[in-house]
Design a protein around this ligand. Structure first.
Ligand code: 13P
Ligand code: SF4
Length: 363
């Protein structure tokens, strides 16, 4: 097992922190709308979507009102793998992706003939920011013997440099498959997810050094204390959380895998280590259960995001209406780059179609 951290990666990290802060400064929260205003926006958006043959695809971390709108209007709410699949398979002319930029780009790559819009183009991801294509490409060039596996939370250019794209629901299975083929892996960008896969599979992986600012805030010590407070609760965690948190968790999985586990669990109290936007769906699928957010450092301490992705939170009814009305905030991906990025993305979708994905742990 090889876990080299080359010097240039450590140097890069401090630059990343600065870059992430710059983006965070621009992550302005939308205004809170009263019920009447929400109703009016929803009616107008539904009308526009019908007129323009548009469909809304939303991630579980977006505001519950957007998730409901997607469901009510024949769109879709899901994890990043399912969003990509739905976007590719639906017959709309316009896809509106409520989520973050890499999700819009994946939709465009998989459906170049569709117009892909986003409520805001400012919604990015600290993993995407933490993996600039120039540095990543140079790193890959230094290790030509390794298969390059990148998380979906990356730019189209990084995907184009990869052999495989994976999401959290499929990453373990793909790396196991590569191991069976005797392959050594470069993994980017999430170091926590990478080290979780490395520990679980024993694969030979070189890890890029970036993290999700939301999941990184979950604290193992606080979680252990919480377990004492709720001794009968199940703990469900997203694999972008730090390893000490994942070690305590009963189940580690993607957002959809967490929702399914919460529904199936016999436990009535569930502690969840992921963005709290997911509580909207959790409460829908298991209204009788009590869901508790896993502890972070807290608003007044070091926590920058406190279990809520600042970029996912930028998606709003207002911005969605604006982009749809003007057919603005369109996602463009250079066609040659898209064709190159399509190869590892398609590889992932084919793998998902041909394999029953495993979920680790039991809640
Ligand atoms: P999922 O693939 O589990 O939906 O995760 C996407 C993401 O950005 C988690 O932070
Ligand atoms: Fe990126 Fe983390 Fe936000 Fe997911 S929650 S989009 S990984 S910053």
């Amino acid at each position: 097992m090889n876990q080299i951290k080359p010097t240039e990666i450590s140097v890069k990290l401090s630059a990343d922190t600065v870059r992430v802060r710059e983006y965070l400064d621009r992550a302005v929260r939308p205004a809170v709308l009263d019920e009447e205003a929400q109703k009016t926006y929803k009616t107008n958006i539904k009308q526009l979507m019908q007129q323009k043959n548009a469909r809304l695809v939303a991630h579980y971390y977006t505001d519950g009102v957007l998730q409901d709108l997607a469901e009510e209007s024949g769109g879709f709410v899901g994890d990043s793998l399912e969003m990509a699949r739905f976007g590719r398979d639906c017959d709309a002319e316009i896809l509106i992706v409520a989520g973050v930029k890499f999700m819009g780009e994946s939709a465009k790559i998989l459906s170049p003939e569709k117009t892909v819009l986003m409520p805001t183009l400012e919604a990015t991801c600290s993993l995407d920011i933490g993996c600039p294509v120039g540095e990543f490409s140079a790193f890959c060039d230094e290790h030509p013997d390794r298969t390059v596996v990148v998380y979906a939370n990356t730019s189209a250019a990084v995907k184009a440099r990869a052999d495989w794209v994976v999401t959290s629901s499929i990453a373990l299975d793909v790396v196991e498959h590569l191991m069976d083929e005797g392959k050594k892996v470069i993994w980017a960008p999430d170091k926590h997810l990478g080290s979780y896969i490395q520990k679980t599979t024993g694969a030979d992986m070189l890890l890029w050094d970036a993290a999700c600012i939301v999941h990184e805030e979950f604290k193992a010590r606080g979680l252990a204390d919480m377990r004492k407070l709720y001794p009968n609760a199940a703990i469900l965690a997203h694999p972008e959380s730090p390893s000490a948190v994942l070690e305590i968790a009963d189940l580690v999985g993607s957002t959809t895998q967490i929702i399914n586990a919460a529904k199936q669990s016999e436990k009535t109290e569930i502690i969840v280590a992921t963005d709290q936007g997911i509580f909207h769906r959790l409460q829908q699928v298991a209204p009788e259960k009590k869901f508790i957010i896993a502890p972070t450092a807290g608003n007044d301490a070091t926590c920058r995001s406190c279990a809520q992705c600042p970029w996912m939170a930028m998606n709003s009814l207002e911005s969605l209406y604006g982009s749809l009305q003007k057919t603005g905030n369109e996602i463009h991906v250079d066609s040659a780059l898209a064709a190159q990025a399509m190869i590892p993305l398609q590889r992932m979708l084919d793998f998902a179609a041909n394999n029953q994905l495993k979920v680790r742990g039991k809640a």
